[in-house]
Design a protein around this ligand. Sequence first.
Ligand SMILES: NC(=O)c1ccc[n+]([C@@H]2O[C@H](COP(=O)([O-])OP(=O)(O)OC[C@H]3O[C@@H](n4cnc5c(N)ncnc54)[C@H](O)[C@@H]3O)[C@@H](O)[C@H]2O)c1
Length: 349
Amino acid sequence: MNVEIALRDRTYEVALGEGVRHEVFDFIRESCPRAKAVVVVTSASLRAQPWFDFVHEARVPVIEVPEGESAKNFSALEALCEELAQHTLSRDDVVVSVGGGAITDMVGFAAAVYLRGIEVVHVATSLVGQVDAAIGGKTAIDLAAGKNLVGAFHQPLRVFCDFETLASLPERERLSGMGEIAKCWLLEGRDVRSLKATSLAQLIEMSVALKATIVGEDEFESGRRALLNYGHTLAHAIEALALARDADELRHGEAVAIGLGYAARLAHALGRVDAGVVVGHDEVLDMLGLHRNVPRDLDTMDIVRAMGHDKKAHHDLTFVLAGAHGFEVVAGVDPETVARVLESFRGEA
Ligand SMILES: NC(=O)c1ccc[n+]([C@@H]2O[C@H](COP(=O)([O-])OP(=O)(O)OC[C@H]3O[C@@H](n4cnc5c(N)ncnc54)[C@H](O)[C@@H]3O)[C@@H](O)[C@H]2O)c1
């Protein structure tokens, strides 16, 4: 199945399915006839996976970058750009990222800035990468001051989401992807009763289709794309606080799941939705195996302050919330209500 990201002259497709990775280099040959060089960028552990066969078959050079989030910094970016230069990559050539969201983010950013922009193809191998990170053209690296603070919009030529690569994905990474899938299910307003009968492939397709529609309407996040941040105000705050002490404590999607449970309660407390919406959120999260426990030893007021620092919040407490007219961005939410609902949410655990 292919899903189109409709962006006028930059329209591209996301190829989804079992084995689609084997189409990557034929696609590049056909769509970039002037390309003389193609290089693949991945990490050492991903290079050792059985599904990396498609790169071996193509006999293209492979550049290794650090694992996961440790690839998203200036020193890894600089090393990668130096290697691209050593391979004498020109503006007609193509870089292929193979990995989770960290690698597609960092390689996407390198492709945005190297020679002021070269073509990139993403082969997303994690669930977060397939349903979210590799799609939509947001690329970034981290600063000590926070995640994703340096980046660019740079759309790929195509994204490949091969379900077979997910076979080697650790359980916690799978669950993290489920957090983003839960967000999409809830944003779509789908009924929890049909969730059980929906396969993982269908869940990925639904999430990609939703992101495709929203990115097609608002590429640069000046409006509707912000809805994709549903659950993310609390998620970003607890992720940042947890990350400051232990990188392994909380995966992004786990934090998003907690944020979704909280956002439903906040919407209810503000009189925007009835209690049934809270129950509906909890049922979806439970069915996808996601918990709603804010890490115990984080202080509620520290979390509220961190929510105010969210880079999308414009210096007040801003949330995506459900309401009578669907989901919308709600700015300037009263901090006392935010703290009270958070305390009571934490008390449920
Ligand atoms: N650009 C965007 O729109 C966007 C959206 C969401 C998230 N992100 C970014 O994505 C990153 C998170 O992505 P992630 O959750 O994929 O994490 P990740 O890329 O750090 O990968 C997590 C771990 O899973 C491993 N892995 C990936 N695929 C695997 C596979 N098939 N088999 C075995 N191991 C595999 C990685 O090597 C890594 O150790 C964050 O940096 C986040 O900021 C970006």
